[in-house]
Write a protein that binds this ligand. Structure first.
Ligand code: DLL
Length: 437
């Protein structure tokens, strides 16, 4: 391995033996439960209702006796009711977009921002960034945690940050070219948009120094990874996080194996459960990811149900990091559609569409009622270098429909549209237009 491959931001923590990780978790989770019980009325009530006290936790398995926390708990305590520290001691707030009702507000003390910054520095290095790199940060700045999270982490790692945020895509291409950034941070859908605009501007991103793409904040498939690596001429790594827990930097894929995300177990406990029965699922089986924070001050989270579906893997990694991995997130269980009795996530269909000859990697689902059932129309685009007349489009649509049926098992209508007809993303892509009543 070269030096670049073995570089770690926090080697002692990242390579901790399993026994040490477990011992650290046990001490830290006790403290989290005590603080939650003492300082947050919601937790006191929830623990009392479940008949548990922080003292009941003797082993890590005992955590299962404690109640889950869900998004509505944050909404019900809007805006500051879940905070374990006085509002005056917080130095930052972030919030979710709140497409359904009130936004979710999260807060950070100085120690929380330091923790986040260190975990983001660790994550960027895990993905292949090095001190001294120029990092083009196209995650949105603002209430969304992506922009500022990546920004602080990149600075801590010793990089030069270009805080470009999302949007102004022509200018992004010019900056990538002029500043010769080595790392780009963006949602995968926005990275694809940048690649498309670059091609229109006559800029070949593959010839630029950009060589690491830190992509996350939305589900994406391995097919899209291959597409992005080809179009941008870089190595694409997956980054995961959520505001309720921290922001980006909760788990990160290493550039060595690119095979699942190291979940930072010195600061969080990760479980997977069956979302119906709420029972744990065995490692390796798909389940809903549940996360407990171990070191957060302002917003401790006990068994937070993320709604994200993934699998936990114990397989050792050749990068040397000992933290267990979560495998690629298929999607959120609330994004799952049931089409004629078949469960389907947008990312499963993406995996079929991306890379199909003659089709551009842009798509959107339109979901409607068909009597009591849900019907799916998949809108895709003809590739710009393969213009089609209407007969060719119809033939292509039939072919795509057949692929989706045979690989995902779902019957849907497919429409091949003009190049540019599917809306382009500048952040998290809107994959589903739900027109159901
Ligand atoms: O999306 C934090 C983030 C910023 C992560 C930048 C990575 C990069 P939220 O806006 O709170 O936070 O949205 C969190 O986004 O529960 C997942 O459903 C989804 N998500 C985040 N990362 C991934 C990923 C940020 N790598 C929600 N793969 C999460 C799939 C992801 N889904």
């Amino acid at each position: 391995m070269t030096d670049d491959q073995t570089f770690m931001f926090d080697r002692a923590a990242e390579t901790m033996p399993r026994g040490d990780i477990n011992a650290l978790q046990l001490g830290r989770v006790k403290r989290t439960l005590e603080r939650a019980d003492e300082k947050v009325a919601h937790y006191k009530r929830a623990f009392d209702a479940a008949g548990v006290k922080p003292d009941d936790l003797r082993t890590l398995d005992d955590l299962r006796r404690f109640p889950f926390t869900v998004k509505t708990d944050l909404r019900d305590n809007y805006p500051f009711g879940m905070f374990a520290e006085p509002r005056e001691t917080l130095i930052r707030l972030h919030a979710s977009s709140g497409t359904t009702g009130k936004p979710t507000v999260v807060g950070y003390t100085q120690a929380d921002v330091d923790l986040w910054t260190n975990l983001m520095a660790r994550s960027l290095a895990c993905g292949g960034a090095l001190p001294g790199d120029i990092i083009h940060n196209a995650y949105g700045y603002g209430l969304f945690t992506g922009g500022l999270g990546a920004h602080y982490g990149a600075e801590r790692l010793g990089c030069t940050v270009v805080p470009v945020s999302g949007g102004g895509t022509e200018r992004q291409v010019i900056l990538l070219e002029d500043f010769a950034s080595r790392v780009i941070c963006a949602t995968p859908s926005y990275a694809l948009n940048i690649a498309e605009v670059a091609a229109r501007q006559g800029v070949d991103l593959r010839k630029l120094p950009v060589s690491i793409g830190v992509f996350g904040a939305e589900p994406w498939s391995d097919a899209l990874r291959t597409e992005l690596e080809k179009k941008l001429g870089l190595k694409a790594v997956d980054i995961y996080g959520l505001s309720e827990i921290l922001g980006p930097g909760v788990a990160m894929e290493c550039h060595v194996e690119q095979a699942g995300l190291h979940a930072w177990e010195d600061h969080f406990i990760f479980e997977t459960i069956d979302p119906e029965t709420l029972e744990p699922v065995p490692d390796g089986e798909p389940g809903e990811l549940v996360i407990t924070t171990l070191t957060k001050e302002a917003l401790p989270m006990v068994r937070y149900r993320t709604r994200d579906i993934t699998r936990l893997s114990d397989a050792p990694c050749s990068c040397g990091r000992t933290h267990r991995r979560i495998l690629r997130i298929t999607g959120r269980d609330d994004d799952m559609l049931i089409i004629r009795g078949v469960n389907v996530y947008p990312s499963q269909v993406e995996a079929v569409l991306v890379g199909l000859p003659g089709i551009a990697p842009h798509y959107q689902f339109v979901v409607t009622n068909e009597g009591p059932m849900t019907a799916l129309r998949v809108e895709v685009e003809a590739a710009p270098d393969a213009p089609m007349d209407s007969a060719a489009k119809a033939a292509k649509a039939a072919e795509v429909q057949h692929h989706i049926k045979s690989i995902v098992g779902v019957t849907c209508e497919v429409e091949v549209m003009e190049t540019g007809a599917v809306p382009r993303s500048e952040g998290k892509a809107v994959r589903v237009r739900d027109l159901r009543k």
